[in-house]
Design a binder for this molecule. Structure first.
Ligand code: SAM
Length: 481
């Protein structure tokens, strides 16, 4: 799922502006990918209609919801620890109800509700509209569960409340579920089959964000390039669509153009791209519109053809290089990032060397790297032995992380001496005298605040860098203001 897991964001409690509701307080905590954070905004919106106000304080919450991630075992363990904490608080405040949302719901519902009895409510990613009914059930003293995965739920009709928003950047969900069936991945099981959201409702949400003064949106999905609207329904059923539906269908490149044209001053990002689905027309649209950010998150997972095949990634190393070459040809300044897994079953030193050499070829700007974690129910768990020893996985992980750091530094150094446009998002974590924002390439830049403010597009002259951050000084507003 995801763009990526921002480890610093994990477990953030999301709050919205207080309103006068039914006096009930909701605490919602999110783990995992950006899609989960975006889903929590949908949940908060559904429950705001029921009169719930959000709180950051566990002690004052009437309802605690934890939006969970199953992608790796560690993510599940983190959630478990939080559930233990909630249950300790429940002893002091027995009226407090606890619910599990998201990816762990389906797999662990029976365990949580019946065996361990640590939650009152379990709700899967496609059942959030049922939350008001389920909460009623719980209030009447019954456990409540709905983990049904849907063919067409996209929450297109829900206008998400923006939780803990900086008022500058927002996520807009465009697809749900995933059909890729990568053999290591639980997402198709936890979030269901892939379906796309009606472009009209996407445009309405984007227009509303623009009206509210947002300056950057990220179109979100497990595999955004696979976006396809033909009147509703699953992507896999497109082959049975009518001729008319096929002729009038909207693909991702068309959607991207629509959004970019409607708001030429708004930055447009998207995540995640699966290499097998990223077509030339998407790259062409990116190259054509200056407001589409020059950054592609393009997970590859491994540099070895043999491992790519075993992972059911439907492209080869060579095809990936072709894609990279096309991106560089049309957008020489485009940043590219990766997700990588070390120690997938049967991975040899030679396969690992292939990963390192692929990284040398691309020299990614950023990377998100993980040791393989076997997930119950996946094809890899069923068919392949998790045979790479933990210390080997870790050692290979360290090697790719170190190489990535060199490449990131190589990339940030290219900006030193240049002037780049930065959208100011927040105060720098390290200094309250500096702003922090991002370039079109998604690289973080920090610079002295002067008269500028959050939401301004500023030209920043870069004087120095670390491997992750550009350091500079503002030289004026950019034309985009
Ligand atoms: N949808 C994206 C794609 O197809 O590339 C990314 C999905 S996933 C939520 C984010 C990243 O988690 C993946 O790209 C992969 O690197 C990592 N990941 C997924 N399953 C994993 C597993 N079983 N063990 C370790 N890492 C995993």
């Amino acid at each position: 799922m995801e763009k990526i897991i921002d480890e610093k964001q994990q477990g953030n409690t999301l709050v919205m502006e207080p309103k006068t509701g039914n006096g009930k307080k909701l605490m919602i905590e999110s783990y995992g990918c950006q899609m989960n954070f975006s889903d929590s905004e949908i949940v908060a919106s559904i429950l705001a209609k029921e009169g719930f106000d959000t709180t950051q304080s566990l002690e004052e919450a009437d309802l605690v919801l934890i939006n969970t991630c199953s992608i790796r075992d560690k993510a599940e363990q983190t959630v478990r620890k939080r559930l233990e904490k909630y249950n300790a608080v429940k002893k002091i405040n027995p009226g407090m109800k606890v619910g599990v949302l998201g990816c762990m719901a389906e797999r662990l519902k029976a365990q949580f509700l019946e065996e361990e009895k640590i939650v009152d409510l379990v709700v899967g990613p496609d059942a959030y509209k049922d939350l008001p009914n389920l909460i009623n059930e719980v209030e009447e003293g019954r456990n409540a569960v709905n983990v049904i995965l849907s063919k067409d739920e996209t929450y297109g009709d829900i206008s998400p409340v923006r939780l803990q928003s900086n008022g500058v950047s927002a996520f807009v969900s465009i697809t749900r579920g995933c059909d890729n069936m990568c053999t290591f991945c639980v997402v198709p099981f936890t979030r269901g089959r892939e379906r796309s959201r009606d472009p009209q409702s996407i445009m309405e949400e984007v227009n509303e964000l623009a009206q509210k003064g947002f300056k950057e949106i990220t179109l979100l999905g497990q595999n955004v390039d696979s976006y396809l609207w033909y009147g509703g329904g699953l992507k896999k059923d497109f082959k049975n669509a009518s001729e008319m539906q096929k002729a009038t269908a909207t693909n991702f490149a068309a959607l991207l153009r629509m959004v970019a044209e409607a708001h030429p001053k708004m930055r447009v990002r998207f995540s995640t791209s699966n290499p097998q689905d990223m077509t030339l027309d998407v790259i062409e649209a990116m190259a054509k519109y200056p407001n589409i950010c020059k950054y592609i998150h393009l997970p590859v997972q491994s540099g070895s053809d043999r491992i790519l095949k075993a992972m059911n990634r439907l492209h080869t190393r060579e095809e990936y290089f072709e894609l990279i070459d096309n991106i560089r040809k049309l957008m020489p300044d485009c940043a590219i990032s990766q997700d990588m897994i070390t120690g997938f079953p049967t991975e040899t030193e030679e396969d690992h060397q292939d990963t390192l050499s692929l990284m040398e070829y691309v020299k990614y700007d950023f990377g998100f790297m993980f040791a393989y974690s076997e997930r119950p129910g996946t094809m890899a768990a069923r068919k392949l032995e998790d045979d790479v020893p933990e210390e080997v996985k870790k050692r290979r992980l360290t090697e790719i992380v170190n190489l990535q750091q060199q490449h990131s530094h190589f990339r940030t150094r290219q900006f030193v001496g240049k002037t780049v446009e930065v959208l100011i998002e927040k105060e720098s974590k390290k200094s309250d005298a500096h702003w922090s924002g991002r370039t079109t390439q998604n690289t973080v830049a920090v610079f002295p605040k002067e008269q500028y403010k959050i939401g301004d597009f500023v030209n920043v002259k870069i004087n120095d860098c670390t491997s992750a951050t550009l350091i500079g000084e503002a030289v004026g507003y950019s034309e985009n203001n």
